[in-house]
Ligand binder design. Structure first.
Ligand code: FPP
Ligand code: MG
Length: 296
């Protein structure tokens, strides 16, 4: 099923008719294709599902190209980012090509579907702006953080589930609830992995999010558990390269207060909510499991 979406992605890129863009695109790692997989799982037999999946994956790829420029990230999916190998200008323009191509293809869909996807991309851009603005300061506001996560990551996944259900004439609002909660859980697991996964060069977690100024859920939970002096020290570590002893201090306190387990539990609650919106969809349960159990 996914192969059909992959083939359409290649076809859309060929239609751009610019060898340099095609060459650059061919170097990107496709990733998990979660969004296309979701669409194809909800609307497996619909003839337009592979095209919708391809469109959404192009939009997602564009957003990551831009995100790596914004975050000044040198690595994406285990390989050097386009901004690292070809510079920020190329990364931005390739992103522009991908998402404008995706939007022209979107015009062949029912306006309800086209509008839902387009509106979710506006939200995702607002979420990215919020993320950057929030990283300027230590953010201890959980609601603000969850709102940003919803906009930055969950809205596009919510829209994928909603639109795939519209294609199949299923109850789209229930699928939207599933997609929203899956998207939130996905990003929370991503944030946890930044703290528990070993960096390839360091051999231990790099804590990139916190170094970049992003106070993700485990840090918010930690902040709430600390006394006044510890709170001050935590805020003093925010948004800069950390010394080894500072990292050790952070890991010790995170362990003491069980903040990683707490964030996992919260992600699991969101997954349970997702499943209860569409209890009969066993294939959608399997997607949830791959999200919550992934290690990268
Ligand atoms: C990754 O966040 C970023 C996103 C999910 C969204 C980025 C959105 C934009 C740049 C808006 C522009 C949109 C288009 C279509 C051009 P992250 O930095 O927390 O995750 P990461 O660890 O994967 O980098
Ligand atoms: Mg990023």
């Amino acid at each position: 099923m996914l192969e059909r979406a992959e083939a359409i992605i290649d076809q859309l890129i060929s239609e751009v008719d610019f060898p340099q863009a095609k060459e650059l695109f061919s170097k990107l790692s496709g990733g998990k294709r979660l969004r296309a997989r979701l669409i194809l799982t909800i609307a497996p037999a619909h003839p337009d599902a592979p095209l919708l999946g391809a469109i959404v994956e192009l939009i997602h790829a564009a957003s990551l190209l831009h995100d790596d420029v914004i975050d000044e990230a040198m690595v994406r999916r285990g390989t050097p980012s386009v901004n690292a190998t070809h510079g920020s200008k190329m990364a931005i323009m390739l992103g522009d090509i991908l998402y404008s191509k995706a939007f022209s293809s979107l015009t062949s869909f029912d306006p309800k579907i086209a509008r839902s996807i387009a509106e979710s991309v506006t939200k995702l851009s607002v979420g990215e702006m919020m993320d950057v603005a929030m990283a300027e300061h230590f953010n201890a506001n959980r609601d603000e953080y969850l709102k940003m996560l919803y906009l930055k990551t969950a809205t596009l996944i919510e829209s994928c589930a909603y639109c795939a259900a519209l294609l199949e004439e299923k109850d789209a609002s229930k699928y939207a609830v599933y997609g929203k909660n899956l998207g939130l859980a996905f990003q929370i697991v991503d944030d946890i992995l930044d703290i528990i996964s070993d960096d390839a060069t360091l051999g231990k977690p790099a804590l990139n999010d916190f170094v970049e100024g992003k106070t993700t859920l485990p840090y918010i939970d930690l902040y709430e558990s600390l006394n006044a002096d510890e709170k001050e020290r935590l805020m003093g570590c925010h948004g800069r390269t950390l010394e080894t002893d500072e990292k050790e201090w952070l890991f010790t306190l995170m362990k003491k207060y069980g903040v990683i387990e707490r964030s996992y539990r919260y992600a699991q609650t969101l997954c349970d909510e997702a499943i209860s919106a569409v209890p009969d969809e066993t294939a959608l349960r399997a997607i949830i499991t791959t999200v919550i159990q992934r290690s990268h």
